[in-house]
Design a binder for this molecule. Structure first.
Ligand code: DNO
Length: 357
């Protein structure tokens, strides 16, 4: 595995490449062209400029998170081929620039959903949190407004303000899209992009729906092992793989994370590793990465990744806001650096104990 950190680009991130370079064991960044909108072609020039900037700091680009999917593709509307053509062009340009990993999601309307961006924990840190009760009491059209006030001025990943401004129209467009239709639209998209992925050896890594169940009555399909296996079988190509995100699959406590990892051997292209603390099945908050701070056994998660000989990038995921840092919720420097160091420590211990055993 390679330890990495997500970085949103110098225009958007409070964290610098120099700081990332100084986290022990972090050698790559997972990044994006944050100012592009879904459906737009990423030009080679822009990709190359990003790459050069990252490489000048002594790091490299380990993958892209995300190349977002235009709603027309998820809805399956008539103009979807135009946007798929653009996506293919972007993949080709990434491949030409020697980038071989793309994380994306297929969630309708909203990307990840939380009801609080700054819940205070007993130690005074703040974290992202979710309660079903708050979702049920909320008008979905007000979802964006209800959380954006706590975003520390940052643009939230996957919550493009220009899309959120059209939220009513978006809901209307998805009204005939159920789980089956969404699966069919995903299949259509994957079938069309696989040839370019084969040609440039690009691993597509679908990110799970977060939380791993339907919100506001919208269909959500990337939620459990059964559905991921269905997705992989329907377009059976090793480039059609997954981002194993512990914090997203783990929202559903029926998902046994180490078992899922073992079952997905060979098709996990990217891993997000973080911990959650539950108050009830549908009231949880994000915790420090350390096992004892939350409800996941982080050793078992890392051990499962080790056992399947996972070689792709891992990144610590959302961190708590600590030590008075002001940054994008979940994406400050300090707690993610602690997370990376802890995960590297677990990996080293597992590796040494295996070799000695
Ligand atoms: C949230 C992230 C997601 C993720 C996308 C992938 O912090 O984990 O926004 O990047 O769903 O496309």
């Amino acid at each position: 595995m390679e330890m990495t950190l997500r970085w949103f680009g110098s225009q958007f991130d409070t964290v610098t490449l120099k700081q990332i370079r100084q986290i022990p064991g972090v050698t790559g960044v997972i990044t994006t062209l944050y100012d592009t909108t879904p459906g737009e072609v990423w030009t080679r020039e822009k990709i190359r400029a990003l790459k050069e900037e990252v490489e000048a700091s002594g790091l490299h680009i380990s993958g892209i998170e995300s190349v977002n999917i235009h709603d027309a593709i998820k809805i399956g509307s008539e103009d979807r081929d135009l946007y798929i053509d653009n996506y293919i062009e972007t993949l080709k340009n990434l491949g030409e620039e020697d980038i071989h990993l793309v994380c994306y999601n297929f969630m309708p309307v909203f990307d990840w959903t939380r009801t609080e961006l700054a819940r205070v924990r007993p130690d005074g840190s703040t974290v992202l949190a979710y309660t079903q009760e708050a979702i049920d009491a909320l008008d979905p059209e007000k979802m964006f407004a209800s959380i954006s006030g706590d975003a520390n001025g940052a643009i939230l990943p996957g919550w493009e303000p220009e899309r959120m401004a059209k939220i009513k129209e978006l809901f209307a467009l998805y009204k005939d899209v159920d789980d089956e239709k969404l699966f069919a639209n995903l299949k259509y998209f994957l079938e069309r992009i696989m040839p370019v992925c084969d040609a440039y050896n690009i691993n597509m890594a679908i990110h799970p729906d977060d939380p791993a169940w339907s919100v506001f009555g919208l269909p959500r399909i990337i939620i459990n092992l059964e559905n991921i296996q269905r997705m992989m079988k329907m377009v059976d190509n090793p480039h059609n793989g997954v981002t194993f995100c512990a914090g997203s699959y783990g929202t559903n406590r029926e998902n046994d994370l180490p078992t899922m990892i073992r079952a997905l051997k060979g098709r996990i292209h990217f891993a997000h590793v973080r911990n959650l603390k539950f108050h009830s099945d549908d009231n949880f908050e994000e915790a420090a990465h350390l096992s004892s701070d939350g409800d996941f056994d982080m050793y078992e998660i890392m051990k499962a990744l080790y056992d399947i000989e996972f070689e792709g990038p891992i990144r610590p995921d959302h961190g708590r806001m600590i030590w008075d840092e002001v940054a994008m919720p979940g994406y400050g420097l300090y707690d993610r650096a602690l997370g990376a160091t802890y995960l590297n420590g677990l990996w080293e211990a597992i590796d040494k104990s295996q070799k000695r055993g």
